[in-house]
Write a new protein. Structure first.
Length: 342
């Protein structure tokens, strides 16, 4: 029988000594070194290319923030055209910043360009991925633009995202109130207060809803609850106006006039206070006090034509007012009528 061929393993140390193995190893090392050099070169080139791009991006973001901050200052100072330009520049530098775009939309809305404001706010909502705050702002813009159905759609999306989001319930109530659904409005306002108590804007919405329902007593009770929690010198003008409206609706002109007169004496009193005070005095038949209020209002707001209508109403009232000789007889007649009613 032929001798079998021995099956012994290859000795690596013996193989590595062969010239063929050495040549292959050297060839492999040269290829690896060349490949490593190419990769390193590409990495260096990429870093050199990416660095200016990253620097430019950071500069754009920084510039956008500066434009946006200046826009906020201009907006707060009432310089809407300047604010609009600043927010537009900021949005150009950082087009994906939804907060900057939302501020641009608010400025456009405040300027009266409501359709463009809605378009910009819609983009902000998309960029924010349906942030509930952005949805409520867009819904408010739709409501102000007399599009309650579109406003309702935004609220439904916001409440789907966060069912406990108080501003969404507040706006839901305002939408219902705009449609005359006062009971639903009151329920939504109460839900809003349940998630965020003591929000004065919601409490005043309740007062206004009672007024719209023709229930001034409930409106007066609600506004008194608001005022009871606030120091006398810190009671907001809007709350005082709401109380005076309820008093006037109840024909309680004297306390309403006293309240509005005190509000008109405050520093920074609005033209609305003077107008309401003048109308209350005119409704009470005090034309002399009405003239004095008009004069004070025109002096405080010389560039506003809002007192012209009150002046015309005063002129018409003066023509129909009884003369001094007629007044005693009318008073006597009023007393006799009250006696009969008793």
């Amino acid at each position: 029988m032929p001798a079998s061929v021995p099956q012994t393993p290859i000795d690596d140390s013996t193989a590595s000594d062969s010239p063929l193995y050495v040549r292959r190893l050297c060839k492999f090392d040269r290829q690896s070194l060349m490949l490593f050099g190419v990769v390193w070169f590409l990495l260096l080139a990429g870093c050199q290319t990416f660095h200016p791009f990253a620097q430019k991006t950071r500069e754009k973001i920084s510039s956008a923030r500066q434009w946006a901050n200046n826009g906020l200052v201009a907006f707060q100072e009432g310089q809407l055209d300047q604010a609009k330009g600043l927010f537009s520049r900021a949005s150009e530098q950082s087009p994906n910043d939804y907060k900057i775009r939302a501020n641009l939309a608010r400025t456009l809305h405040q300027s009266g360009d409501r359709d463009q404001a809605i378009a910009e706010m819609s983009r902000a909502v998309a960029l924010s991925r349906n942030d509930p705050r952005m949805l409520v702002t867009l819904g408010q813009m739709y409501l102000d633009n007399r599009q309650p159905d579109q406003a309702r759609q935004q609220i439904e999306l916001a409440l789907t995202s966060n069912h406990r989001f108080a501003p969404a319930w507040e706006l839901s109530g305002r939408i219902a109130k705009s449609k005359g659904d006062f009971n639903t409005a009151l329920a939504d306002f109460q839900k809003s207060l349940g998630y965020a108590p003591d929000v004065s804007s919601v409490q005043l919405q309740i007062v206004d809803t009672y007024q719209a329902m023709g229930e001034p007593l409930r409106a007066l009770s609600a506004v008194e609850q608001i005022l009871s929690k606030q120091p006398l010198d810190q009671q907001p003008e809007s709350t005082l106006i709401a109380k005076s409206a309820a008093l006037i609706e109840l024909k309680q002109f004297s306390p309403a006039i006293d309240l509005l007169h005190a509000a008109s004496q405050r520093p920074g009193a609005s033209s609305d206070v003077f107008l309401r005070l003048g109308h209350a005095q005119l409704s009470a038949g005090d034309t002399t006090a009405t003239r004095a209020t008009i004069a004070r209002g025109q002096q405080a707001f010389p560039h506003l034509p809002v007192f012209e209508q009150l002046t015309q109403a005063l002129s018409q009232a003066a023509q129909t007012m009884p003369t001094e000789a007629q007044q005693p007889a009318m008073v006597a007649g009023d007393i006799a009528t009250r006696d009969l009613l008793r």
